[in-house]
Write a protein that binds this ligand. Structure first.
Ligand code: HPA
Length: 255
């Protein structure tokens, strides 16, 4: 098991990692402006971990205003060898219900107007990253086997639709996303994943189903944001357990 630093970006419902043994916090300066907040450094079961709250520690930054470039740059420059993104999603696929965890394997990007590349400006050479498989396979496998070892069921194949937000979708938009092949919908998966690939740092995601997407099941009459928060609170405990397993907590072979 490698002991290089792993980074976790927490979304709605995960603004801190309560199992993190914190050593220090640092406001990292970047050429792209300010990250969402200070990066928290520490250890979980001896493994170095960096944590960043995507929406800021007071949850004040909406998805379309997150400085994704500064966040990814800060974590990479501080030595992250992998990034786990945790984010809430709405469920489009009928068998995914609130509270379920999903490790998506593909992305469709519907966002617009976000700074989505480190390569810009007159002096930049054009760079086309390969993004056929948007998530890092090895990191996904580690998440899947950690979930398996912890006995936490996760959905292993899902297409993540990244929408612009901050509003939720219309019922017709969700029908369109389904026709496009999407299983879950969230607002923060892009450009985060592409920026990590530009930095050549492995990136994988844990999506927490907070609600049925607009027009589906009990969201037919609308979506209550309060209800979403309650579901998230419960499921984030499972996310913490998966991360603990992944970094080797309880492993007798670890020093
Ligand atoms: N749509 C988009 N993003 C979301 C949703 C949703 O229904 N739920 C949580 N994040």
């Amino acid at each position: 098991m490698m002991s290089e630093m792993l980074a976790v970006i927490g979304g709605s419902g995960l603004s801190q990692l309560s199992n993190l043994d914190v050593s220090h916090r640092e406001v990292v300066r970047t050429p792209y402006g300010e990250p969402s907040g200070a990066v928290t450094f520490g250890e979980i079961c001896g493994r170095p971990i960096a944590f960043l709250a995507r929406h800021g520690y007071g949850h004040t930054i909406p998805p379309h205003e997150v400085n994704y470039r500064a966040n990814i740059w800060a974590l990479c420059k501080r030595g992250a060898v992998g990034i786990i993104s945790v984010a809430s999603v709405g469920s489009i696929r009928a068998d995914l219900k609130p509270g379920d965890l999903v490790i998506p394997h593909q992305i469709i990007d519907y966002t617009w107007g976000r700074k989505s590349s480190f390569h810009e400006g007159p002096e930049c050479t054009l760079t086309h990253i390969d993004f056929t498989e948007p998530y890092d396979n090895a990191l996904r496998e580690q998440l899947l086997s950690a979930a398996g070892a912890a006995g936490i069921p996760v959905s292993t194949v899902a297409v993540y639709a990244a929408t612009q937000g901050p509003r939720l979708e219309t019922a017709a938009e969700i029908n369109r996303l389904e026709r496009d092949g999407a299983d879950v919908v969230g607002m923060t998966g892009m450009p985060e994943a592409a920026l990590a690939r530009e930095m050549a740092v492995p990136y994988a995601a844990i999506s927490v189903v907070a609600n049925y997407a607009a027009g589906r099941a009990d969201s037919r009459q609308g979506i209550s944001f309060e209800a979403i928060q309650d579901v998230l609170h419960e499921s984030m405990g499972h996310v913490r357990t998966i991360i603990e397993k992944m970094v080797g907590c309880g492993d007798p072979n670890r020093p």
